[in-house]
Design a protein around this ligand. Sequence first.
Ligand code: 6CS
Length: 316
Amino acid sequence: VTWRFALEEIEGSVQHQYALELKERIEEISDGNILIDIFPYGSIGTSIQLTDLAREGSVHLAFASPGHLADVIPETGVFTLHYLLSDDETVNRDILASDALVQQFSEPYAEQDLKLLAFVPEGWMVWTANRPLKTPADFEGLAFRTMTSQIAAEAYKAYGATPTPAPFSQVYSDLQLRRIDGQANPVFAIEEMGFYEVQSTMTFARPAQFVTSVVSNKAWFDALPGDQKLWLENALDEVAPLAYNVQAELNASRLETIRQNSNVQIIELTEQQRERFREASLPVRETYARIAGKRGQAILDQLIEMVKEAEPEAPD
Ligand code: 6CS
């Protein structure tokens, strides 16, 4: 049999490396009886179209990023909120991999005919623009591209920007044509999509990790023979730590590539500067709770709790 796996990113990306690792494991453990066919971004559609294909069973596996998915599964919008998770990436990695968290999302995904298999962090969101973005006031009047869900746009509306939702594939040309002024993505994506070629600044404010989810069609997953289900679950567990290392490596090495190939100005915000953004971002949590309801609020509360428990006590 062949499992079709659709990616929201192009070849060489974090999602592509993840898919290759999964493919290798599944093809080996099944003695070549299961093949994984990988469809990198561009071949079959936008993020939301991939989610639709997974819901109807045309693809078996897909990446579905909350920034887009939150209009379909509002609870996932929690990952678009700023300054919610830890500043410590390894704390976030462990929280995102915890069964307790995945469990809480299982019903919202199932209601959309999807099985949530894993959350995958892909690195800090970095802001690109043609000016430094050191205070919320710097966002004033900026047409800032966001992922396509309403809650993803709210995060930047809170800073005074004019959010401009668009699919990933459109971002480069929108920047080039000055239809938008800026956008947010992890470094590896800014490099591989060439956004840095048409922007003059990168601001590191570490507002949030880019988080994605791996999904499958629910009926397909439920009907998998026991051994295949186990292989898939084991392979997902094995790939998680590798994928974390891959994103760390790619985000670091590609920043060097950007530095070498451009004059992009790199701005690292101070803790005080980040604090102003954090304050401005807080009301968006209420908007999220309104959109995502009781179940969404419970997830938000649990995440805050998990971060508090996992972070070492701040010294007095
Ligand atoms: O900005 C986006 O739309 C996309 N960014 C990344 C890093 N992955 C997929 C997502 O669709």
